[in-house]
Design a protein around this ligand. Sequence first.
Ligand code: NAP
Length: 251
Amino acid sequence: MANEKLKNYKYDYDALKNKIIFITGASDGIGKALAIQSAKLGAEVIIHGRNKKRLEAVYDEIIDDPKCHKPVIAMLDYETASSETFSSLSESIMNDFKRIDGLVHCAGILGDRSSIEQYDPGLWQKVMHVNLTAPFVLTQALLPSLKLSKQPSVIFTSSGVGQVGKAFWGAYCVSKFGTEAFSQILAQELIHTTFRINCINPGAVKTKMRLAAYPAEDRDKLKSPEEVLLPYIFLLDDESIGITNKCYDAQ
Ligand code: NAP
């Protein structure tokens, strides 16, 4: 039923009007494409990342279109941010916006494509921190603002290695299993509310992460970030009200 709804879904030009959406990893790849498209569809977007120049470039691209709301930049490096940094981000969002309607997790790193035997423990910790622990802390910090939305939607970006273990995918694979578990736990805990908590596996997408994972492949055969946005927009749009605890494939 939920899959059927997505299959038949086509969005209107103002599908995300009046929505306030926080997108992590919005400086590049899928997060960047989603931030620009969400702004075009009427949302106010808060664009998160760790690189000021790249975030400012996304900001400029959004305000190039006079119909878009001005985005807000949220700079925060997942590797180094303290819990106080997350709390003050949460406070300033509460003060400036009063609520958030959507939280989309796109930030992530690949780590190393090596065997468990050879995996560097320091890199393992870094991948688990950026891909799993920091999104947990951010989600927890933003729950009060999400609770003030009538129809809050939280989206996690998983992967093809989020449900089936695969040799040489190390910490990335484990972090994506964790992401799906986290999403399911939160969905169950909030099942009696209007929260929608879901995962998306974007498939193979032409981004810098994919290039790092498969440096030798023919990149012309890959989908662009813009081509995998449909399930994200569906889950942010009120058309998906009532759909929670699902994992969608974008391709
Ligand atoms: P990407 O182009 O490399 O973008 C990753 C984003 O995460 C960038 O904005 C990056 O910021 C940000 N980021 C990385 N480390 C960070 C940190 N320490 N603090 C804050 N932000 C940080 O990758 P992508 O392919 O779009 O990936 C988006 C999501 O899709 C990821 O969760 C990934 O696991 C998932 N995914 C991708 C594919 C694929 O084929 N591309 C397939 C399956 C799943 P910078 O710009 O500063 O680097």
